[in-house]
Ligand binder design. Structure first.
Ligand code: MUC
Ligand code: MG
Length: 382
């Protein structure tokens, strides 16, 4: 019996509006741009993946345009004609010819896993060794930039039983103003919610130390990436002196970063992101490093749409410990979707069905409507 081989890889840039402006320290989002990847194989099976970042090049080293170009030009040609079901071999081929590019690799790996799951009639979480839970608690980010509006939004999420963990995006403004904003929101939420902050690298170490003390005194549960990823020693010092846990996010751009941070104690919680490790399997290597080092785990997002969110979720379902929950709310930040069956959020959790692959189907009409370039690029056997 001949094994199915990869026959074509298509990359599609899709722009979807956000429900409101989403303010991060480095960028305010009015829409999100997804790179959707379709891998087709000789047995007729198609796998879907997504490679998504935030704010063009303002967050990471890859932009939607570079992801598409690098897949089309360098990565896809390496996979055409290769066995579709051998994900180890496929990813090794990519590792050999491309450094970094973890977002692009993550989208491709997700699509290969989706296809193999469909082929074997197994959910991606089962392909990854088996799920130990069926749903994930999901945080929501309050980032309208306005304190009263954020409080009203938080109240609404509690009423809807959608979220009881809130992450506040700070760092763009003056630090005392940011702290007052956070304290007001925590005061309004009280014990009904866990409130955390994400500074997206905006502070220097001295500012961070002072701010962490204030945040700790006011019931905030953790501080995410307070200082630059280029100051790992500072992250280690803060992890010792801060009264509340320090989470590493931007500090981790690959599995090896995770090892180096764990070695020096730079962070007591790691944000796990499939895009920043090179895929759902790669992120589990970072999780294993963190877990072995006694570092807490948090299921992070690059605000992916439904496809990337489900790819992340299937990986997180397999983790023995996931003490700080997840923030897999990306699809809820968007006014539109390009899948036929939207992810299911209820009772403060994302529920992930145990159906083949990622468990999603593209809505072809919506995809056609929202794609940026109506003429996509497809590489295939000539
Ligand atoms: C980040 O830095 O964590 C995750 C949630 C959110 O609102 O922004 C992202 C990126
Ligand atoms: Mg973050």
């Amino acid at each position: 019996m001949s094994l199915p081989t990869i026959t074509s890889i298509e990359t599609i840039i899709v722009d979807l509006p956000t429900i409101r402006p989403h303010k991060l320290a480095m960028h305010t989002m009015q829409h999100q741009t997804l790179v959707i990847i379709r891998i087709r194989a000789s047995d007729g099976i198609e796998g879907i993946g997504e490679a998504t970042t935030i704010g063009g090049l303002s967050y990471g080293n890859e932009s939607p345009d570079s992801i598409k170009t690098n897949i089309d030009t360098h990565l896809a040609p390496m996979l055409i004609g290769q066995p579709a079901g051998n994900i180890n071999a496929a990813m090794l081929r990519l590792e050999r010819i491309a450094r970094g590019n973890t977002f692009a690799k993550s989208g491709l790996e997700s699509a290969l896993l989706d296809a193999q799951g469909k082929r074997l009639n197994m959910a991606v979480s089962e392909l990854l060794g088996g799920r130990v839970r069926d749903s994930l608690p999901v945080a929501w980010t309050l980032a309208s930039g306005d304190t009263a509006r954020d409080i009203a939004e938080g109240e609404k999420m509690l009423d809807l039983r959608r979220h009881r963990i809130f992450k506040l995006k700070i760092g763009a403004g003056e630090v005392n103003k940011d702290l007052a904003h956070v304290i007001a929101i925590k005061k309004a939420m009280g014990e009904r919610a866990s409130v955390r902050v994400d500074v997206n690298q905006a502070w220097d170490e001295a500012t961070a130390l002072r701010a962490c003390r204030v945040l700790g005194d006011n019931g905030i549960d953790l501080v995410e990436q307070p200082i630059s990823r280029n100051n790992p020693a500072g992250m280690a010092r803060l992890s010792v002196s801060s009264p509340i846990p320090i989470m590493a996010d931007e500090s981790i751009e690959c599995v090896e970063d995770a090892f180096n941070l764990a070695r020096i104690g730079a962070g007591s919680i790691f944000a796990l992101k499939i895009a920043k490790n090179g895929g759902p399997r790669a992120v589990l290597r970072t999780a294993a490093i963190a877990d072995a080092a006694g570092i807490g785990l948090y299921g992070g997002t690059m605000l992916e749409g439904s496809v990337g969110t489900l790819a992340s979720a299937h990986a997180f379902l397999t983790l023995p410990r996931l003490g700080w929950d997840t923030e897999l709310f990306g699809p809820l930040l968007l006014t539109e979707d390009i899948v036929a069956n939207k992810p299911e959020y209820r009772d403060f959790h994302l529920h992930i069905p145990n159906t083949p692959g990622l468990g999603l189907e593209l809505d072809e009409e919506r995809l056609a409507f929202h794609r940026r370039d109506k003429a996509s690029t497809t590489y295939s056997h000539s």
